[in-house]
Design a protein around this ligand. Structure first.
Ligand SMILES: C[S@@+](CC[C@H](N)C(=O)[O-])C[C@H]1O[C@@H](n2cnc3c(N)ncnc32)[C@H](O)[C@@H]1O
Length: 241
């Protein structure tokens, strides 16, 4: 068993492909700074250095988010909740437990439940074993439950949770009806007076619209350009008491 919790690299395949594309453009530019086809000479330096720089920088920023930025972002999300310690918490798309464990550490008599379908391409080492290991290392086993469940069809009764959290999960549902269904489920399982704090890099206004349709009151936060990449936006949704 590892000694330190490992919260994984988000979208590892995307990061790998960005670095590969950057290195490809860089190598071609350095190996063939000028290419002549017929009578036309193409200058690959600096021409190919721009896409090389773009791909490598984008990959590096995504990696920095996974290694450092996401911990700051987690604190930012959790700070939106007026914790008492007694909350029933749901983390939708818990992955390796970034929010689930962060929330569990704020609980005394409360309980945190994480659901996920464990998509390997969304997070490195994604799976219940990795999450269980992190939970044990962080010492929150008694306050957490993990379930293999889809955000679009949750098994919980209506009004089960005081707090629902979700980071970078819902955009992985690739069709709009599916994302709408997940938002409706989040609204359904929230208790009256409960709060949902949802963060993603796209579709956030769409989530806000769905929460409104489902009777929640919305507060959209500005994009966070400091330490998240792609920049993440938080929507806070409250169910009237
Ligand atoms: C990029 S990871 C983020 C994990 C975690 N929330 C974090 O911030 O570190 C996205 C997670 O959402 C999960 N996921 C994707 N679609 C889902 C769905 N329909 N229902 C539940 N989880 C889902 C993936 O398996 C993955 O663990």
């Amino acid at each position: 068993m590892a000694q330190k919790p490992n919260y994984g690299i988000d979208a590892p395949g995307v990061i790998r492909n960005l670095f590969l594309a950057g290195v490809f453009f860089l190598a071609i530019a350095l190996l063939f700074p000028r290419v002549t086809i017929g009578h036309i000479e193409f200058q690959l330096v600096p021409g190919f250095l721009w896409p090389a720089g773009y791909f490598i920088l984008t990959g590096a920023l995504m990696l920095i988010y996974s290694l450092a930025g996401k911990f700051r972002h987690r604190e930012r999300m959790l700070a939106k909740v007026p914790w008492t310690g007694a909350e029933q918490v749901l983390d939708v798309g818990a992955g390796r437990g970034l929010l689930l464990i962060g929330a569990a550490k704020r609980l005394t008599t409360g309980h945190a439940t994480g659901i996920d379908i464990w998509n390997a391409e969304d997070l490195s080492g994604n799976g219940p074993e990795g999450l269980r290991e992190n939970i044990a290392l962080e010492g929150v086993g008694e306050r957490t439950t993990i379930l293999s469940e889809d955000a679009q069809k949750m098994s919980f009764p209506d009004a089960s949770f005081d707090v629902t959290l979700s980071n970078l999960c819902l955009h992985n549902i690739y069709n709009r009806p599916g994302r709408d269904k997940a938002c409706a489920e989040i609204a359904r399982v929230l208790k009256p007076g409960g709060i949902a704090v949802i963060s993603d890099y796209k579709h956030v206004r769409q989530y806000a619209g769905e929460f409104t349709k489902n009777g929640l009151q919305i507060q959209l936060c500005p994009l966070d350009w400091t330490g998240t990449f792609p920049p993440l936006r938080i929507v806070i949704a409250r169910k009237p008491a």
